[in-house]
Design a protein around this ligand. Structure first.
Ligand SMILES: [Zn+2]
Length: 296
């Protein structure tokens, strides 16, 4: 697989991945509970390529995409954050990761960020929206407008979301989203999606979560699409029917995934995943049996 952290040029924009952490040895049987293990770990070489060396687990990335346009500095999804209380989700509980230092190392100073987009409001996508200062959660990017799907805000601020599948994200709205809204820094995307700034389009891709959005960037005839959690690994390019244990609305999730794969192939778009390991970027092609994945 290609090395991490390379930048991609899409029209006028430059896109760079800044990693927060890697999750190692995530069992296939946990991530994709509905899959026959043999369909992932068995004889199909195209899928085995994406597994850890042992052959039955995944390596997953958690990161931010840094987007620079001639006018703006934008972050897309913000990892899981430091100091968050996640007692029911030990992976992300009270972390201490030098993520802000990593942003600075690629020239991103928190006060210079103009926009922060969240594809959805799960634990590993909105954590660095805020940081702990004197016992209070404050915006980590104080001069940014933060852009949230409205439906996600409504759902995760309500007890309706306090169910089993959302246990990993309990507390996220309160410590990572509400303080942004209270600070007056939030903009909201309607459930129908739509344009934001000149070059972005929020595309509704519900299912993984209630108001999940993918984000297209179109510049000078080129397209990149930030897919959030529409897929967790390249295996789902080959098996769009496969939902993860974290997908709350399963039939909508697979329908959104199939629509997105068709869009990616139609537009010859660069796909920028959240959880694919290595470069986390690539292109989707059409093959006789469906779709194929090639890393960039
Ligand atoms: Zn995620």
């Amino acid at each position: 697989m290609p090395p991490n952290f390379k930048s991609h040029r899409v029209g006028d924009a430059t896109i760079t991945k800044v990693e927060e952490q890697e999750l190692r040895n995530v069992p296939a049987s946990f991530l994709y509970p509905a899959a026959e293990a043999s369909n992932i770990t068995g004889t199909d070489g195209a899928l085995r390529e994406y597994l850890e060396e042992g052959g039955d687990s995944f390596r997953l990335s958690v990161h931010t995409w840094v987007v620079r346009t001639p006018e703006h500095l934008i972050l897309i999804d913000t990892g899981s954050g430091n100091d968050k209380e996640r007692p029911r989700n030990p992976t992300f509980h009270r972390q201490s990761i030098p993520f802000i230092e990593r942003l600075k190392a690629v020239g991103v100073h928190p006060e210079h960020v103009d926009f922060v987009f969240n594809t959805h409001l799960h634990v590993d996508h909105s954590g660095w929206n805020t940081r702990l200062e004197d016992g209070k959660w404050v915006p980590a990017f104080p001069n940014a407008r933060y852009v949230f799907p409205r439906l996600e805000c409504e759902y995760y601020s309500s007890a309706d979301s306090h169910n089993e599948v959302n246990v990993p994200s309990l507390g996220v709205f309160e410590d990572s989203v509400a303080p942004i809204i209270e600070a007056g820094l939030a903009d909201f995307i309607q459930p129908s999606g739509g344009r934001y700034l000149d070059i972005f389009e929020f595309i509704p891709t519900p299912g993984h979560s209630v108001g999940h959005m993918s984000i297209a960037l179109r510049s000078h005839g080129e397209t990149a699409i930030f897919g959030g959690d529409i897929m967790h690994s390249p295996v789902q390019v080959y098996r769009p029917d496969l939902n993860t244990v974290f997908c709350e609305f399963q039939s909508e999730a697979s329908a959104s995934r199939l629509r997105m794969l068709n869009l990616l192939a139609d537009e010859d778009a660069l796909y920028l995943a959240t959880h694919f390991p290595a470069s986390s970027a690539g292109v989707v092609g059409r093959v006789a049996e469906g779709f194929s994945w090639t890393y960039f």
